[in-house]
Write a protein that binds this ligand. Sequence first.
Ligand code: ADP
Length: 649
Amino acid sequence: MFMRVLNKWIQKEPSKNAITILKDRYFLKDGEGNYLESTWDEVAKRIARHVAAAEVNYTNDVEEIKNAEEHFYQLIKSRIFLPNSPTIFNAGKTMDRQLFKKDIEETTLEDYKTIFDSRTKHNMLSACFVIPMDDSMNAIFDAVKNAALIMKYGGGVGYDFSVLRPKGSSIAGTGGKSSGPISFMHVFNTAASTIEQGGARRAAQMAVLRYDHPDVFDFINSKKDNKGNNVLNYFNISVNIDNPKEFKKMLEEDGDLTLEHPASSIRKTIKANDLMNKMVENAWKTGDPGMLFLGRHNQYYAMSEHTPVTATNPCGEEPLPPFGSCNLGSIDVAKLVEDMDLGNPNSDDISEFQEIIYWAVRFLDDVIESNIYPLKEIEEISKKQRFIGLGMMGLADALYIKELPYNSEQARKFMAKLTAELAYFSHIASTELAKERGNFQDFQRSKYPDGFIPFPMLDDEIDEDIKAWNEKIRQHFQGEATKYKRNVQTNTIAPTGSISNLADTSSGIEPNFLLSYVRYMTNKEGDRVPLSYINPILMEKIGTNMTEELKAEIIEKGSIQNIDSIPNEIKKIFVTSMDIPPKDHLLAQHVIQSYLDASCSKTINMPKSSTIEDVKAIYLQALELNLKGLTIYRDGSLETQVLTSASKE
Ligand code: ADP
């Protein structure tokens, strides 16, 4: 078992910050609000045991189940791998605590069966859902109810509003006129705000509308007065441009676009450039709308001919068909890079990383069985296709450790190789599991038997190692993968907004937003005390040269680029989101997305001084790369921003 890295991390306790988050959100409580847990160890054991119990479906050999539990426990306890939040706070919930307190040696097959059989609606473990609606009142309000059930247990929901007829269309039966998709988005938003009060965490939703829907301008404008949290605040919005290359051509030719809808006689002709300009202008103002390229999602989705994806989850990383769900998990690559030569196809450590990925994939596949689904339709398609999303976090910190500037060609090659390696071993693991447990039910109808590769890959010429990964990937998909595949999709890179804090690492594939910040904590006496944080890898790098004065300056600025006493070599490596030109954010997304069968969460950060033209340049460039969508954020464009450095507070 991957002993070397495990031994290093398993003893390391989560930071104060991580413990605070655990207390706030993840430790189980009884009905009166008393804590049932107080350590990370208990949480790790609870998750590992609940999920391993799913293996009673495959074996009667208790040693085999214990072996799985032990691997899951070690991965989670060491925080080398963490599942998405709903798995952390809902696994084992409302079950008999004694079953989770037993030592693993004393745990019996009956105990695992009891855990499996005592699952209730409280044990919803997935983060991502897509809920469909039809163009009828009944169906719309059914969707509101279904989404409410999901959000109550901490899942995020996406919807395609394109099916709703445009505002002003006739309604048969009443003689009235439809109020259009945007009016219904407000209904979903209000429902989300109500659920939040009793739910596990802030509700989150994604609304998608096709670029040729007659209400597309209303959609694009629906959040234009947002100043942070005041308009459709439980929604991200994205315009679906099915074919980005075709759209680019239309823009270059200054072509016309017809807006129409099958359920309406409304038809409008507009200039494609007017649509683009409006999207860009509003994105410059508030970050919304983003773009989504569902055609490309479907191109790389093995079941698109039967159940095309119609929307994504709230943060955009998980495209799903109607009623689709996905559970995510992330490997903290920053914890591995010192000891493993990640991304190198000829490395001696390759089998250790492969083993970590195998157990992470097996864990996520077990989550599909140990999950309780909010609706039978969701359970059905989730089990037929078995979506899982293994991704990574800690990329920015890993690059600091490897001394590769995030915005360099060298870093991009590393990102590509690392993601290729993740994708390759995840798919190998899914194929191994299929041999033991069977293919996903729809496998024969999917594109896999034809040798389908579920992502575009980068050009072979770029680098010898990339060429080697591409070759391995081709061999896999033309060979064993034509017969065995347990999961329709395997790789998703989540924002890891909360779990990266639990892991004390940088989030997802994003650069660090700040190298330092001040957080206010309330002490026992009820006083607010400032807690300052400086990135520990930077602290180590500066070493004994870190004076109190320098610390204060770093905390003040959040970035080191304008600090004279710090050498240039260090400045180059320790870059933050705002230190990097937007184009380099985009290229990072491009290389990483080239190896993902699902997608990734990535924000293209832009400086406050960016003009509308600068935003447009990014929107246009995005249409040409291997991207599945685009989200930009111009610094300071919303009044409420997640993090600001001390000087900006
Ligand atoms: P975490 O770190 O808590 O596991 P992420 O920030 O990685 O979560 O988000 C992953 C996905 O989880 C999102 O894309 C979304 O589908 C869902 N999600 C995130 N935050 C929320 C929230 N507050 N409410 C509901 N779903 C959420």
